[in-house]
Design a protein around this ligand. Structure first.
Ligand SMILES: Cc1ncc(COP(=O)(O)O)c(C=O)c1O
Length: 386
């Protein structure tokens, strides 16, 4: 794959290596949003079918991306916190007495479980990484596996750690979780789109994924896969459109007890959003055309030299086998202060994030060698500036 910057409207003066924060917009996604806004000037063109058609297209695209058995397994939501609250509302608290999460996980995937544990007298087991960098990713995965036992009710992880890209072996963790009859819940926000994932292979009961990062969509739309164990649940809201026969607008006051089949019942109110949904569709069409494994390879090739050379200057970085290629954290040498590095990065319009104890670098297909060379020079120079 070649650099895809021409499909975006990025300025040449900025080196944007921060997709983990917020992706830039593809031009085709922007155009879909503009058309969505303009469509409201001609409300007579919107028909009852439009409330369903695009949402269903969106479901099938996301189902394809994560290998869900059916488009009906997908819900359209506003945020990861909403998706995880939906899961928390629908798990059976009698199935276990502990919830396993990783240390320093993104807060949306922590607060839901803290609340659940408080309300249900459950133990929250937070599995921290080991000290030091020797086989850190491997040992962290072992610790997580060790924390899962017959008392486990639910395991909630990301597919990569959101601060530094540490990879979790979801296949092994999912297998152990299933063996212990516990729920397996994944926040896919920091890699679905840029890395392949298969909900059936990892045995996920739910996978929730914000749209505005690696899925390259707009803010305030999230997609969720819900497996068979959760599909008969109760939604957070009691929206009219998720009820059976809601397609028949003339019969909406024939109130229905049943929901639409599958995970559609978990859709947010006004999920047919005529601006955000077409944008998200365009973004997913583009990602499916590129294919996530090619995005991963592109990022790997782009950053290979940088990753090889950084340890020479005292930067610490996870072993490649245990980290993603589209996002990775580096820890600074003692001689480099974060303030000084941030100042230098700002001076050169290089955009990365500091999360937890890591400087997080997250390239994507719009980045080129020039972006990486600029970053490399700053990281190198700052070590000799002391
Ligand atoms: C791993 C992860 N999950 C979720 C989110 C967003 O959560 P929410 O949609 O609840 O705001 C982020 C945002 O940075 C994230 O990094």
């Amino acid at each position: 794959m070649d650099c895809q910057k021409h499909l975006f409207s990025l300025s040449d003066d900025h080196h944007y290596l921060n997709c983990s924060f917020l992706s830039p917009l593809l031009q085709r996604v922007e155009e879909a949003g503009v058309q969505g806004i303009k469509g409201k000037n001609r409300p007579w063109e919107t028909t009852p079918d439009h409330f369903f058609e695009d949402s269903n297209i969106l479901r099938s695209l996301f189902a394809k991306l994560v290998n869900a058995p059916s488009a009906k397994d997908i819900a359209v939501m506003p945020a990861v916190s909403y998706g995880l609250a939906t899961v928390a509302k629908n798990i059976d608290p009698n199935k276990g007495s502990s919830i396993v999460i990783a240390g320093e996980q993104f807060p949306s995937n922590v607060y839901a479980w803290k609340r659940f544990c408080k309300n249900n007298y459950c133990q929250l087991k937070i599995v921290d990484p080991p000290e030091g960098f020797e086989n850190r990713g491997e040992k962290w995965n072992e610790r997580i596996l060790d924390a899962i036992d017959s008392n486990t009710l639910l395991v909630a992880l990301g597919n990569v750690h959101w601060t530094d890209g540490t990879l979790y072996d979801l296949k092994s963790i999912g297998t152990k979780t299933q063996k212990n009859d516990a729920y397996f819940v994944i926040d896919g926000t920091q890699s679905v789109g840029a890395m392949p994932i298969d909900v059936q292979e990892i045995k996920a009961d739910a996978l929730i994924c914000a749209g505005y990062k690696w899925l390259m969509g707009p803010y305030a739309i999230t997609l969720g896969y819900f497996g068979p164990k959760l599909q008969n649940g109760i939604p957070l809201e009691e929206g009219w459109i998720v009820r059976k026969n809601s397609e028949d607008f003339s019969g909406l006051v024939d109130y229905e007890d049943d929901y639409q089949p599958g995970a559609q019942r978990f859709d947010m109110g006004e999920r047919s959003n005529f601006i955000l949904v077409p944008m998200m569709i365009e973004a997913l069409n583009q990602i499916l055309d590129w294919e996530p494994q090619h995005i991963q390879t592109y990022c790997k090739q782009l950053t290979a030299d940088l990753e090889n050379d950084l340890p020479e200057y005292g930067y610490q970085i996870e072993d490649p086998e245990w980290r993603a290629r589209h996002m990775f954290g580096i820890r600074l040498p003692k001689s480099v202060s974060l303030e000084k590095l941030q100042h230098k990065l700002d001076e050169h319009n290089i955009h990365v994030s500091v999360r937890g104890s890591a400087v997080r670098i997250s390239p994507n297909v719009y980045n080129d060698e020039q972006d990486i060379a600029m970053l490399y020079n700053v990281l190198k120079d700052v070590t000799s500036d002391t």
